[in-house]
Design a protein around this ligand. Sequence first.
Ligand code: T4K
Length: 382
Amino acid sequence: MQLRPELDQPALVRFQRPSLPSLNEVAAYWAPAQESHWYSNNGPVLSRLTGAFEEYLGGDALAVPVNNATSALMIALRATCRPRPGSTVVMPSYTFAATGTAAIWAGFEPRFVDVNLDHWHADAAAVADAVEREKPVALLLCSTYGITPPKAVVEQWESIAAAANIPLIVDSAAGFGSRDVDGMFRPVGNCEIFSFHATKPFAIGEGGLVVTREPRLASSLRRLTNFGFDEDRILRREIGMNAKMDELHAAVALAVMDNYESILARRRGYAATLVEKFATAGLSPQVGMEGAAHQFLPLMCTSGEQRIKLLTAAKVKNIELRTYFSEPLHTMPGFAEFRREAGTLAATEVLASRIVCLPLYNNMDDETIERISDLAEVVNSA
Ligand code: T4K
């Protein structure tokens, strides 16, 4: 084991350690932009990437690459409904801040619903109840941690949205490459959103993607990434923004695509090993994790006390753990004015007090996996 001489301490195991493609790997994809002196605004590289995504996703999925997932959420909301004063959007409190901030920037007020402890996604009964009570203009639900929700849950969300005649937008920020139990990708709702941030499994630095099966919606999303302009550069229908992905990021994404299946296979392998080790201490993974892309590995501790022991042991052993989302949105002061949550958030609070996220990245050596696994023995014997 490598020791840090000044402290006699093992080297830090970072929570994440992204590795993007080298400039050599990117160069060939970038060349058409250089040759044509075309660096953004739907150039040749972005056009190639859009086709590559649609082929990768399969079926009738249409891809709209964007500059990050936060703007993707904003344009997805604005493409599917127009905000009026007091328009509300139902979303889980158990998510990253961007889900809430995007809705507010797009002109909507969040209403928080609970998750279900069986699968950690928005609880369908709580969503139905919130729709009844709040009359929202959209559902903005999440594939929590980018893990594909069980089919039955997706069907319930879709039928609630259809019955209320409102759009369903799904924030699957960490989930590009995730598969359901049949090993399939099926876009959920009217739009599904992915992030390509440096910390995500499909990492390009900053970037994102909206996926839809509806051609008219795809056209509207494309206009919204480009200020809302029609082809003649007149703004007629929607107030858009600049959410365009530039050519250089598109070239990086094409280079990531080349190795993405092997990246996913490695990440799934590390996750499976760690899940098995931590099961000995009673920590449980999320349902559906087998097909996930795995930004990191979230596990639920048996109690808040067990989590404290684990976090303390990790600190001593110089291993960086995180606790996404131990501050759910309804507890963050920045969201205080939207705290009229729809119903109880009891499951959210249980999960928030017990979740622990283990490190995961593309290339983890045996020693690193072993050092993380050893933490399970500490809490097991505690
Ligand atoms: N919706 C959901 C559900 C999301 O989780 C997110 C983003 C979004 C929407 C919005 O997507 P984008 O607009 O970003 O495309 C990180 C990411 O920045 C954020 O994208 C992600 N969710 C969130 C879950 O994680 P922070 O603020 O916690 O990241 P930070 O800076 O603490 O870094 C995390 C770890 O990664 C640390 O160990 C440091 C390490 N790191 C980070 C970067 C950027 C590296 O080793 N290298 C790097 O280049 O949000």
